[in-house]
Every structure is written in C-alpha cells, then in structure tokens.
Design a protein around this ligand. Structure first.
Ligand SMILES: *Cc1c(COP(=O)(O)O)cnc(C)c1O
Length: 434
C-alpha cells in the first residue's frame, strides 16, 4: 500500500476533535464572579483578605480534600509555585539542587533565581524520571533539594528517592504538573515528596488558563508559601510570624477569583478525564504493541500513569529507518486537531531539548554583569554544563523517544483506530522509506 508521504492515500482525512472541557458550569461560575465585581479579593497586608477571596479559598479547600493533602495553596502558575517552594525551603546562593534535564525549563531555572545551582543527572531509560542511583552520585555537602518531576504523568520513584533524601537531610520538591491523579502505592502524585506543585495552565489535564497549586503536609512550609505568594515582607511583622525569618521576600503570585471559580469546576472533571486517557492508551497499546520496533511506556509496579503525553520508545536498529523518517511518514497519514491546526499532527520526536543544552547553561549567562551565580568569583561549585554528556537523555531525545497526544479525551474509537492504522501502515511499508 503506497504511503501518503510518497503520494498514496492518507489513512485519515478529517481533523481530530478539539480538546475542550470548558463547559456551561465554568461559564456560569465565571459570570457569577464577573457580576459580583470582585475579581480578586487578595490584600497584601495582614487582614482577613490576606488569604484571598471566596473562590480562592473554596478551590484550596476542595483541592486539599480531593488530593488528601493537609494544605493546598493556589498560585498563578506552577512556575511561581516552584519559586515559592524553593524560597520556603530556605534555598540560597551556592546551594545545589539535583534536577532532571528532561522537563519544562522552569524546573531548573527557578533554582537560579535563588542563586542556587542546578545539578543535572541522567534519567531512567524506561520511566524517564530521575532515579536514586544517579542522585546519590551527585549529592555533595551543598545539596539542599531534589526536584523530582513526574514526567509525562509517571510518578517519580518516591520510595527510593525519599529514603535517600532523608538519609542526607535533603528535601524533595515534586513537580507534578503533568501528573494530576497519578498514584504510587495508593498515594497521589503531589503528596509523594515534601512539597508538590501542580499546574493549571492551558496545556494541562485540567486548566484555568493559567494557574498552579502547591500541596504539602508541612504547616510551616505552607505558611511560608502563602507569605511568599503575597508580599511576605509587608505581612510578617503584623502577622507575628515566628519561624525562620529568611527568604521571606514576597511576590504577587495570587490567583484571581475568576481562575479559582473555573478551577473548582475543572477539579470535578479530573478523575473522568484521567481515566479516559488511561483507557485510550490501553486501547492504542493493544494495537501498537505488535509493532516490533516500538516499546510502550513502562508503568512502575503499584503506579498509575496520568498520560500527559503517550511516550513510546522507537528502536532504530530494529526498524532500519530513522525515527524522523518514521514519524514524518505517520504524520503524513493523519490529520491535524481542531483548534490546534498550527501544531500539525500531534506526534513528535523527543520532548524538550535536554536543559543543559540551553544557551543559559552552555554560555553561563546569569544575573547581572558577573552572571550570578555562575562566575567563578562567587566560589560556587557550578556543574560543567558545557562538557556534560548524559547518554540516556541524549539518546532518547535525539534518537528514540516518540511522543504523541492522539489519546486525549474527546477522541472516539474510530479516531483511535485511525491513529493505530497509521502507525501500522507505515510499519508494514518501511521499505518505501529506505
Ligand atoms: C507545564 C509545566 C510546568 C510549568 O507550568 P506553568 O503553570 O505553566 O508555570 C512546569 N513543569 C512541568 C513538568 C510542566 O509540564
């Protein structure tokens, strides 16, 4: 059968359905807030309004109950949540933070804002998360924290990593932006480390446009995050804060009442949306697993995966053609997604470039003339990013990882059949690509 990339007929000629789970409930909630005129009730001083308005507090209360966390603190993004968490934990100049190189850039760059140094380590070839074995090799007497990312929706190995962190007196920040409702040993992602940060940006499982939620079971960490979210320095004195006085320099990281009202509605939909992804991935995998050069993502024992994306490993040696050639041919068989036409067919090679390859790290451009905290004159132990080679992540990114989003809620069985048929058609006609 002639491949579409060589002029044959495409498997699919209609667009895939849009991913849109904003409905009448959100609309009603937003209109109510608009009519009230109170679009945010936060006040950056010690008062009843220091903790925000009705919707903000309701979202936080609902979130902590839903996820079984002692505290939930809303912020205006996961990125600001990570900044809060690092500050709340007392991070400072020269402290080292061990982090995955295969994640959204902010998981590492937030560290630099505090003058701390990101230390990148290689990832596990099957779960794509960082593992205890590599972390242990990177620990020094300056290591203060680990940022464990539940990448693609797979919970990090909290059993081993938490034990190691405890042994060395290191804190674990869990970036669970991609893993709401994923679980390990019955515990929700977000609660696996000392502090977890969700994202509610437009691209995530559920969203409020922009937004984030910090969760923790630690009372003092929670209060420090609430302070840092809302102008800490203007509040600590009148509040009578008795904890560690350091790092209490605040920002405005407050969520609006409109976003919170949307978040309350979205949270009701999360379980169904994640279960739907899990079912669709299982359906697709049953069909794709007969392609011998594709390996479906591993899910650790006692874990559930939230499938932010479906991450598949492509074996070029078995296929005999490159990943790029295979993906281009599969994409040519399929169609774009409604509302995301500019993104093309939602299948790609790799994820983000390994972070240490960014010019920020390659050229050590930090803050100000002396490039704080990188310049040797500061005396910090900066990792040699330029000569760093992490073979697993580089192989995955440049050669082997294939990610796609054609398993999102809204897709029908017929849509999934078309996706599987495209992968299989190209696999059965690889000779045409050689
Ligand atoms: C989306 C994402 C972020 C950033 O979230 P924002 O809410 O946009 O700041 C951070 N880390 C990971 C792993 C993400 O996927």
């Amino acid at each position: 059968m002639k491949l579409a990339i060589n002029g044959g007929n495409k498997v699919r000629t209609a667009k895939f359905p849009a991913y849109n789970f904003i409905g009448a409930e959100e609309e009603k909630a937003v209109v109510e807030v608009l009519r009230s005129g109170v679009l945010s009730k936060f006040l950056g001083s010690w008062s009843d309004d220091f903790y925000g308005g009705k919707n903000v507090q309701e979202l936080e209360s609902k979130w902590k109950t839903f996820f079984n966390s002692k505290h939930a603190i809303s912020v205006n993004s996961n990125s600001s949540g990570i900044l809060c968490a690092l500050a709340a934990l007392g991070l400072g100049p020269g402290d080292e933070v061990i982090v995955s190189p295969y994640t959204m850039s902010v998981s590492a760059s937030a560290v630099l804002v505090h003058g701390s140094i990101p230390v990148f380590i290689d990832i596990d070839p099957e779960t794509f998360c960082i593992e205890a074995k590599e972390i242990e090799k990177a620990i020094t007497n300056k290591t203060k924290a680990i940022i464990a990312v539940d990448i693609f929706g797979h919970p990090y190995n909290s059993k081993e990593i938490n034990a190691l962190a405890k042994k060395h007196g290191i804190k674990v920040i869990e970036d669970c932006a991609q893993a709401p409702f994923a679980k390990r040993d019955g515990v929700f992602a977000g609660n696996l480390g000392d502090i977890g940060i969700f994202s509610l940006n437009y691209h995530k499982h559920i969203h409020t446009g922009e937004g984030g939620i910090i969760v923790t079971n630690d009372d003092d960490l929670a209060e420090r995050c609430r302070l840092i979210r809302n102008h800490a320095e203007a509040v600590v004195d009148s509040m009578g804060y008795k904890g560690n006085p350091r790092n209490l320099i605040g920002y405005n990281f407050r969520m609006t009442e409109i976003e919170a009202a949307i978040g309350i509605c979205q949270l009701d939909k999360l379980e169904a949306l994640v279960s739907d992804r899990q079912e669709k991935v299982a359906y697709l995998e049953a069909k794709l697993s007969k392609i011998k050069f594709l390996k479906m993502p591993k899910v650790d024992k006692n874990c559930t995966h939230a499938y932010y994306v479906h991450s598949i490993i492509f074996d070029e040696d078995i296929a005999g053609v490159s990943r790029t050639k295979y993906i281009d041919a599969v994409r040519a068989e399929l169609e774009v997604t409604e509302g995301r036409e500019d993104d093309g067919v939602l299948i790609g090679g790799g994820y983000v470039k390994p972070l240490y390859k960014q010019s920020l790290y390659q050229n050590l451009n930090g803050v100000g003339e002396r490039n704080f905290p990188f310049d040797p004159s500061f005396g910090f132990n900066v990792q040699d990013y330029k000569n760093l080679k992490l073979p697993v992540v580089e192989h995955l990114h440049y050669k082997a990882l294939l990610t796609h989003e054609l398993m999102r809620p809204g897709m029908s069985i017929k849509d999934l059949d078309d996706v599987a048929e495209a992968f299989i058609k190209v696999a059965e006609n690889l000779a045409e690509l050689k």
